[in-house]
Design a binder for this molecule. Sequence first.
Ligand code: APR
Length: 229
Amino acid sequence: MKKKVVVLTGAGVSAESGISTFRDSDGLWEHYRVEDVATYDAYLRNPQLVLDFYNQRRRELFKAEPNEAHRQLVRLEEKYDVHIVTQNIDNLHERAGSTQVLHLHGELTKGRSDKDDSLIVEIGNKEIHLGDKAPDGAQLRPHIVWFGEAVPNIEPAAELCERADYFIVIGTSMAVYPAAGLIHYVPQSTPCYLVDPKAVPISRPITIFQEKAGTGVKKVVDQLLALAQ
Ligand code: APR
C-alpha cells in the first residue's frame, strides 16, 4: 500500500500564479478589512460589497494558471497516496491534476443557499449578484467559510493528519485557526517539511526550505520520490 503524504497549503502556493496572498506586504488584508468583506455580519450589512469582493477573486482566479508547485505535487501521486488540505479557495491544485483535495475555507467555483448550508451548487466562473437564487429560492452566497463560521472540513483534515506518513506545509503564515492547529494532529514520528520564503512559527522538528514554492516544492518532492524507490 502506498504511504500517505498530507500537504497543508496556503495562499503562498498560488502566489506565483498571480493570486494575492493575505498577510504579505501588498496582501489582500492590506487593501480590505476582514470585518468588511469576510464575515457573515459584513454580508448582512453590505452583501453587495462582499459579493463583489468574491466576484473579483473569481475573475482573478480564471486569469490564473497552476504553477510549478501545484504541478510538482501531482508528481508525488506516482508513489504516494497524496492528500492536499488547502486553505485556498482557488481550484489550482485540481486544475494541475491533484486528485484528492480537501478545501478548508470553501471554494470560489461554488455557491450555496443562504438558508441551507448543504445546498451547494457549481457556479464555475460566474459572478454572484443580489437576487441570484439557490435551488431552494434563497439568496445564493459564495461557498466560503468566513471568519467566525465553523470549518466543516476540519475533522476529516485532522483525521488525515493523524494518519500522515509524511507532512508538508507550503505557503501559509499559520496565523489562522483551526487550520494552523492541524500540525498538532501529525504523529511526532512523521517527518515534516516546510516551504516558505519567510520564517513560519512551527514548534516541532521540521525540515525547512526557506524559498518560494516554485522551487522549494520540487526539492521536497524529489526527496520523497527518492525515498519511495
Ligand atoms: N511561495 C511560498 N510561500 C509564499 C510565497 C511563494 N511564492 N509567497 C508568499 N508566501 C508565503 C508567505 O511568506 C506567508 O507565510 O505564503 C504565506 C501566506 O500567508 P497568508 O497571506 O497569511 O495566507 P494563508 O496562511 O493562506 O492565510 C490563511 O487566512 O484570511 C484567511 O481565509 C484566508 O485561507 C486564508 C487564511
